[in-house]
Design a protein around this ligand. Structure first.
Ligand SMILES: [Cu+2]
Length: 722
């Protein structure tokens, strides 16, 4: 019944021509320079006369200022969080280091300030910024937290194009919204959207001079797509895709924009002074499954779905004194990376059950903050094959870099999507191929995000994260007695030696290890090192006759509180004797045979210990000593307290993400393996989700532990500084 009422009131307003275009839309203020200050705050906005609607804005009550960035400038952007909730601010489409990307890991607590700084490496186009806190993105964005970013560069500046902001270069932020019919409050639910706002205005109008005008279009909706066109079906020209100029203007009468996508178009109003026209959305023309059109099996969800209607009135006014009247024939040259031989990545988008509108997956998994789904190698070109197995179209966004769409739905990409993109619309039961290359910002711990830009899908798990690994991840070196691997990521790496029987497999972590190979008989061996991201390096080594009967090599202390294990190995090159290894205080084990034996000791003590491992065959023996300190045992981890480090290793500046269910006095300190403090202790009261940036620039390389002492327990994480 409620849905019918919403639909009814909408049709009444549509049928009454005076209901449209009574309010001039505001043109967002601009901020320019190299230092930008944004304050995100709770506010109220009047969308309907007499109604105060609760909203969120940047530097204002709804939406935010347009940031004007110049290519090659080094900029800093300060974001002050005046919300009662945590937030983040993501620079959508910009090519920046993941630490400055503003994804879900860069939380800004209430009353705190976050600063991003980066060199503007992007090409001239229209980008945007919005919150990205996991699970809360939709609520904060639909309540109004979004703004445009315009990047300018010399290439675009050399073209004859309209670029007087707000006059012949008009920014337009389009949003479907759900307003409560009685209270006019924004309802955080995108299924029944009943209004369209342009720059925060319902039934808005804009003045445009009688000349060539550039419109910068952003679909900032949570879910619905637009199929833009004019009421007289006039031709217009698209000049940019999301992240840069197209090769040449593309003549269109319809333009689809899914959430997150941007396009700049040129519309020629020459000679039309005094005319009034409308920009419309033609949702009745959408293929099945496009949100806003006809959903599966003829289902219509919201009152505005599957119909064509006006979204913006345009009043053509007098031309300016020096109008642009032409359209350039060429704009730029987009060079797509060569596809031959590049690695392929496969992602599929699914829903469970099949017809679900709220339970989404990528490669069968929902987003987990603590799982990095994969790594791409810096400098390597990749093709991402993204298959949409659902009955709903999804806009797919990848952070930190642009891509080119190679293929859509099995056919070549439409001309107007052949430029730089960062969101690609994937129709229902269809697939796309995009090609990308992460040439910069290798960071094996701080991830970038990829996700559906339908905000309710993203918040409900249709998101993943990946890191950019170093360009040359693993180096293998060998002597007659040792083989070493250096590099790779922080996960475990397998090194297998084949050519001998049996093959030898070693595990190592933190990107480097040296393994003793004196037990191997003389031969040439193949070495394959594979890290946890499946980066593989092949090499071969030559081993001469071993010089010692056996050797305990490199027993290393692993004082991780997760498993409290100490591991090492020894090798044996004859089978005549019985070998025994003993650990002081830890029991022993009888081993016979020939080969390489791993030693793993479960160590339950807490505190500093000297551990001695002796391997003996009754004739000779070898001893390894290990000094270790176990900071905490696994039992100390409080189920209700989570401590996450981003990056979690090898970085001298990282963020602690702390979750505590109740307010607690927290002490944070960093200690070395002997328990000595290497940084000042911090005592703070914390509750809920909070973050703390730890900076260890002055600390020398080595293994350290971050200890967070709460009132009744201790949580510890190991870090390795290189
Ligand atoms: Cu989606």
């Amino acid at each position: 019944m409620k849905k019918l009422l919403i639909a009814l009131s909408f049709f009444i307003s549509l049928s009454c021509p005076t209901a449209f275009g009574q309010t001039l839309i505001p043109i967002p203020d601009t901020l320019s320079g190299t230092s930008f200050y944004l304050t995100i705050e709770d506010s109220v906005t009047q969308f309907y006369p007499g109604f105060s609607t609760n909203t969120i804005g940047y530097n204002g009550s709804y939406l935010g200022p347009t940031l004007i960035l110049n290519q090659n400038d080094i900029v800093e952007l300060m974001v002050v969080n005046q919300l009662a909730d945590t937030t983040t601010t993501h620079w959508h489409g910009l090519h920046v280091h993941p630490m400055h990307d503003g994804g879900p890991h860069s939380l800004i607590l209430p009353s705190e300030t976050w600063m991003a700084h980066f060199k503007v490496m992007d090409k001239a186009a229209t980008y945007w910024y919005h919150p990205h806190p996991h699970g809360k993105t939709m609520e904060q964005v639909v309540k109004g937290a979004a703004g445009l970013i315009i990047v300018r560069d010399s290439e675009e500046a050399a073209l004859t194009l309209p670029r007087t902001y707000g006059v012949d270069d008009i920014p337009l932020i389009f949003q479907f919204q759900t307003f409560d019919t009685l209270t006019k409050q924004i309802i955080v639910n995108d299924e029944f959207d009943n209004a369209v706002l342009v720059n925060g205005t319902i039934n808005g109008m804009v003045n445009a001079p009688a000349q060539m005008v550039r419109l910068r279009l952003l679909n900032a909706s949570s879910m619905r797509f637009f199929r833009f066109g004019f009421d007289n079906n006039r031709t217009f020209h698209q000049i940019t895709s999301d992240a840069g100029l197209l090769d040449a203007p593309v003549a269109l009468s319809r333009l689809d924009l899914s959430p997150g996508e941007r396009a700049e178009i040129l519309v020629d109003f020459s000679g039309e002074q005094g005319d009034t026209l409308f920009l419309k959305t033609y949702a009745s023309e959408f293929p099945t499954g496009y949100p806003g059109g006809e959903m599966m099996m003829g289902m219509q969800l919201g009152p505005l779905d599957d119909i064509d209607f006006n979204v913006l009135q345009i009043n053509v006014t007098a031309p300016t004194s020096n109008p642009v009247t032409t359209i350039p024939s060429a704009l730029t040259t987009n060079t797509v990376w060569d596809e031959t031989g590049v690695s392929q990545r496969f992602l599929d988008l699914t829903a469970q059950p099949m017809m679900s509108m709220s339970n989404f997956f990528i490669n069968g998994a929902q987003f987990d903050m603590e799982v990095v789904n994969f790594s791409v190698q810096q400098e390597s070109v990749e093709i991402w094959n993204i298959e949409n197995l659902t009955f709903v179209a999804h806009p797919f966004h990848i952070h930190g870099n642009h891509f080119y769409v190679l293929e859509k739905n099995g056919v070549s990409t439409p001309l107007n999507e052949q430029g730089r993109k960062d969101v690609v619309l994937i129709p229902a039961r269809s697939g796309v191929k995009v090609i990308t290359k992460y040439a910069d910002f290798s960071d094996t711990t701080m991830p970038y995000m990829y996700h559906c830009h339908i905000l309710s899908h993203e918040d409900n798990g249709m998101m993943g994260q990946f890191t950019v690994g170093p360009a040359a991840p693993i180096m293998i070196t060998a002597t007659t007695s040792d083989v070493s691997c250096l590099g790779g990521n922080d996960g475990s790496i397998n090194l297998s030696l084949s050519g001998g029987v049996p093959p030898y497999t070693f595990q190592w972590s933190n990107g480097n290890t040296t393994q003793n190979i004196t037990a191997l008989s003389a031969s040439i061996y193949n070495v394959t090192a594979t890290d946890s991201y499946n980066s593989t390096v092949d090499d071969s080594i030559s081993v001469s006759e071993p010089s010692v009967p056996f050797d305990i090599g490199n027993i290393t202390g692993n004082t991780s509180p997760i498993d409290n294990t100490i591991s090492g190995y020894f090798v044996v090159n004859d089978s005549q004797y019985t070998y025994q290894w003993l650990v002081t205080g830890g029991g022993g084990q009888i081993i016979t045979g020939q080969g390489t034996y791993g030693v793993t000791i479960q160590w339950n003590g807490i505190g500093q210990d000297e551990i001695t491992v002796i391997v003996s065959n009754g004739i000779c023996s070898d001893t390894a000593m290990l000094s270790t300190q176990i900071i905490s045992s696994v039992n100390d981890l409080n189920d209700f307290t989570k401590l996450i480090l981003f990056p979690n290793a090898n970085s001298r500046s990282f963020t602690l993400h702390i979750e505590t269910p109740t307010e607690q006095e927290i002490q944070i300190e960093v200690v070395n393996v002997f328990g000595q403090k290497v940084s000042e202790s911090l005592h703070e009261k914390r509750s809920g989700t909070s973050t703390k940036i730890i900076d260890l620039q002055e600390v020398s390389a080595g293994i350290y532990f971050v200890r967070v002492l709460l009132s009744d327990n201790l949580v510890t994480r190991k870090i390795v500084l290189q």
